[in-house]
Design a protein around this ligand. Structure first.
Ligand code: ZN
Length: 236
């Protein structure tokens, strides 16, 4: 009796505790939509840039011309340099705008209060300057800890990651390589991360390929993140 009691206790504790710790956090971090949904989300980060235009005009023009729903994650620092572009993106009814930190900080290196300020920077800017209520947050570099998840939840922000990496800022890969990777990785409910700040290599080309070939071949429709999560087809 005495010998197996501690084992029993351990077993009970393991059963009770094991699923609790990770799932609390994991449940809040959204990487994809419902696997039954015939949609994918094309998402574009607008991280701050030191050099260059910081905006892929040709890509945005293509998305607008082709009426392709897309989601943009804007950093505060990027917004302060791109007022005209922020307004242009907010005007498009089939675009969704979320936030991507203020100065593109490495979240886990910061205290809860610093993380909160980093998260709130662009949320406040979108609200005060543009009257836009941002509901989505994507952590810079995709880096986060439990504090990040809890702060986002306390602020009422949906925590959006991705499950397909385009790798578009990598100068060593070609459009064909990105397309081949997407062909393998994209499926129902996928959230694809790309860049619209001009740092994406071949992003425009890859989006053309997705729109003209890969998505129609698989009967997949591009949706904003919120529409994908609800699996809602946008009105034509
Ligand atoms: Zn970024």
């Amino acid at each position: 009796m005495l010998s197996y009691f501690p084992h029993m206790l351990c077993l009970i504790l393991a059963v009770l505790l094991a699923p609790v710790m990770p799932s609390v956090t994991q449940a809040q971090v959204i990487k994809s939509g419902p696997p039954s949904c015939p949609g994918v989300a094309l998402t574009f980060d607008l991280c701050p840039v030191r050099n260059g235009a910081g905006y892929d005009q040709a890509l945005i023009d293509y998305l607008i011309e082709q009426k392709i729903p897309a989601t943009f994650f804007m950093s505060g620092k990027w917004m302060t340099k791109h007022d005209r572009q922020v307004r242009a993106l907010l005007e498009i009814p089939f675009f969704e705008v979320g936030t991507h930190g203020d100065v593109h900080a490495h979240m886990p290196l910061h205290s809860a209060d610093e993380q909160k300020q980093e998260m709130l920077g662009p949320v406040r800017l979108l609200k005060s300057q543009y009257g836009h209520e941002a509901m989505l947050f994507r952590p810079p570099y995709g880096e986060f800890d439990d504090v990040t998840v809890n702060v986002a939840r306390a602020l009422g922000l949906q925590f959006i990651l991705w499950n397909v990496v385009s790798g578009d800022p990598d100068p060593t890969i070609t459009a064909l390589q990105i397309e081949a990777h997407l062909k393998r990785a994209v499926k129902r409910g996928s959230v694809i991360v790309m860049h619209a700040n001009g740092k994406g290599r071949h992003t425009h080309e890859v989006v053309q390929d997705l729109h003209q070939h890969l998505l129609p071949q698989r009967n997949l429709t591009a949706m904003t993140v919120s529409d994908l999560l609800a699996c809602r087809q946008a009105a034509p």
